[in-house]
Ligand binder design. Sequence first.
Ligand SMILES: [Zn+2]
Ligand SMILES: [Zn+2]
Length: 127
Amino acid sequence: MFFIFGISSGRKDLDFRQTMICTVCGGYGRYEVYMEFTCFSLFFLPVFRWNRVYYVKSSCCGTLYTINGDLGRRIARGEPVTLREEDLQLVKTGYGGHGHGKKRCSRCGFETEEDYRYCPNCANPLD
Ligand SMILES: [Zn+2]
Ligand SMILES: [Zn+2]
């Protein structure tokens, strides 16, 4: 007799939106919360989940935080929760907002990390 079992991980988006001014990129954004978990299944039926981790992601620049399980469970239950800065544990700082990436001039190939609107080398508009 043998068992067919598997361990997989899953992700569930929680119904949570909170607008904020981002402390990382300074832009307006939203906090979005999702949960990741590990799932043990037997004969393709999920038996239990563990390792639940609640993540908060900022919509502006994609900075990722975790919050403690208590707070996460309250959000999952749909309780009104306001996230404060001290609730958030930084996982990684996101980039991809405006003006954070390297810009490269399409005409002369000049590269800059500064937020120039025109190429300092040939005055070609950068986007
Ligand atoms: Zn941001
Ligand atoms: Zn140029």
